[in-house]
Design a protein around this ligand. Structure first.
Ligand SMILES: NC(=O)c1ccc[n+]([C@@H]2O[C@H](COP(=O)([O-])OP(=O)(O)OC[C@H]3O[C@@H](n4cnc5c(N)ncnc54)[C@H](O)[C@@H]3O)[C@@H](O)[C@H]2O)c1
Length: 252
């Protein structure tokens, strides 16, 4: 097992990608702190981990609240006294695709708060534990739209910010034995998308993307989870400051 005896925090662990990552990490031997704002669904993730023979705990946290993030890390510190890996997955697009003139101040702020500020504060708290232990692996969730997206202005800006922050942090934490990388998936088939769009619109979107992606399909949550696993494992010991596109070759 690639993560034996490791303690791993996964935020957004109730969602499509976060759940897949939490399950994947637990299967590889990590004890997983599954965190999310959605307690019921995250408890389901924890049940799945335990039914699978893995170990973990649930801590509720709203990542847009600094005090929630600080408490989350405090709880980890008190309970385990160490933290090997953080995968910052909680996030989402709070502003529907629109023309630039329609950018809404509150939705823009929600996107920056949920995706970018949450990631920065989570990494700050992770560094407070990881620097003294002189080891750690941080994996942040960007998106392929970090390259720009013609009508997802504020979401792409928040994910582009994660790219810049990840590189800055990697430069600063490398000498403490800490790696910092980011994931940039193209479209991933998650239940939340299918629910939000409805089956018919989802099928159209999925088929349109699948036609355009060289590998001929959209990503599964496991595709993304396995990349996070790689970056959290010793196999990626000399990789830092990278953004890994999990895109089936989209936008090459
Ligand atoms: N699905 C895709 O196509 C795709 C592509 C690229 C990047 N992403 C990113 O992947 C991440 C996971 O998304 P997903 O596709 O699994 O969607 P999802 O909606 O299933 O998962 C998002 C999770 O984040 C949680 N969350 C939302 N607000 C929160 C808050 N304030 N505090 C704590 N948790 C909160 C939700 O409860 C949910 O469990 C997001 O950061 C998203 O931007 C998704």
């Amino acid at each position: 097992m690639r993560l034996s005896d490791r303690i791993a925090l996964v935020t957004g662990a109730a969602g499509g990608i976060g759940r897949a990552a939490a399950l994947c990490f637990a299967r590889e031997g990590a004890e997983v702190i599954a965190s999310d704002i959605n307690a019921d669904s995250c408890m389901e993730t924890l049940d799945m981990i335990e039914r699978d023979g893995g170990k973990g705990m649930f801590v509720k946290a709203d990542v847009t609240r600094e005090d929630d993030i600080v408490s989350l890390y405090h709880e980890i510190s008190v309970r385990y006294g160490k933290l090997d890996t953080v995968v910052n997955i909680a996030g989402g697009d709070c502003e529907p695709a629109s023309d630039v003139e329609q950018i809404d101040y509150l939705r823009m702020s929600a996107n920056i708060d949920l995706n970018l500020k949450s990631c920065i504060i989570s990494c700050r708290e992770a560094a407070r534990i990881m620097k003294p232990q002189a080891s750690g692996k941080i994996v942040n969730m960007s998106s392929l739209v970090y390259r720009g997206s013609p009508n997802q202005f504020t979401y792409s800006a928040s994910k582009g910010g994660i790219f810049a922050f990840t590189r800055s942090l990697a430069m600063s934490l490398g000498r403490f034995g800490i790696t910092v990388n980011a994931l940039a998936p193209a479209l991933v088939e998650v239940p939340a998308f299918v629910r939000a769009l409805g089956e018919e619109r989802w099928e159209m979107l999925r088929n349109d993307c699948a036609r355009r992606y060289p590998l001929g399909r959209v990503a599964t949550p496991d595709d993304v989870a396995k990349c996070a696993l790689f970056l959290a494992s010793d196999d990626a010991s000399f990789i830092t400051g990278q953004i890994i596109e999990i895109s089936g070759g989209a936008r090459l």
